[in-house]
Design a protein around this ligand. Sequence first.
Ligand SMILES: Cc1cc2nc3c(=O)[nH]c(=O)nc-3n(C[C@H](O)[C@H](O)[C@H](O)COP(=O)(O)O)c2cc1C
Length: 215
Amino acid sequence: MASKDLANYRKNYSKSSLDESHLKHSPFDLFNEWFEKADADPRIEEANAMSLSTAGKDMRPRTRVVLLKELNQKGFVFFTNYRSKKGLALVENPFACISFFWPSQERQVIIEGKVEKISEEDSDVYFNSRPLGSRLGAIASPQSQVISDRAFLERELHKIQEEFKTETPKRPGHWGGYILVPEYFEFWQGRENRLHDRIRYDFDNNSWSSVRLAP
Ligand SMILES: Cc1cc2nc3c(=O)[nH]c(=O)nc-3n(C[C@H](O)[C@H](O)[C@H](O)COP(=O)(O)O)c2cc1C
């Protein structure tokens, strides 16, 4: 149990605001503006860390952190093991949600959409840009599988290191990128007295429209 009295744990939010005059036509532009601010804030270590929620056929949602590795005009790209729990859930149900929380900015962004694999070529480009240790680690680790102990991983890594002593490791087919193509964005800016600003964007008929939500 937490030693603090969580029920009396309160923070007042007063750093900024999000009113209609700040809105951009495209939520991607507003996201970029917020992301750049978060990234430039020395109090935020990994502004690109996002919670990714998926739910497979069993209808049980699961959330974990992954890193945003590219944001392009189509969507949000992250990399993982396609055979991981999230990979298997995405085969059963490609709809997912990502969210960013930047506490020092008192901001949250929630994005929902459909996830698809990026091209093999794009996954290769990213895989090959990673440090050697990360590439070998990705090959060695059967992500989300039960393993006997830590020594298993070290043995696997050692085997892979031996195998690729003289040749460059190639991206394994079960590791690569996904892109979440947004259909919904929600920008949350903390405000005083819990009257936070929430602006939602929806993608309908090929264009984005925004509305304000009650906090
Ligand atoms: C800060 C942080 C960054 C992470 N980045 C990634 C990532 O980019 N890709 C990834 O597969 N796992 C990443 N992880 C590990 C995941 O949270 C998770 O443990 C792993 O992907 C297995 O999830 P799954 O079993 O639900 O598929 C990260 C964890 C943390 C805490």
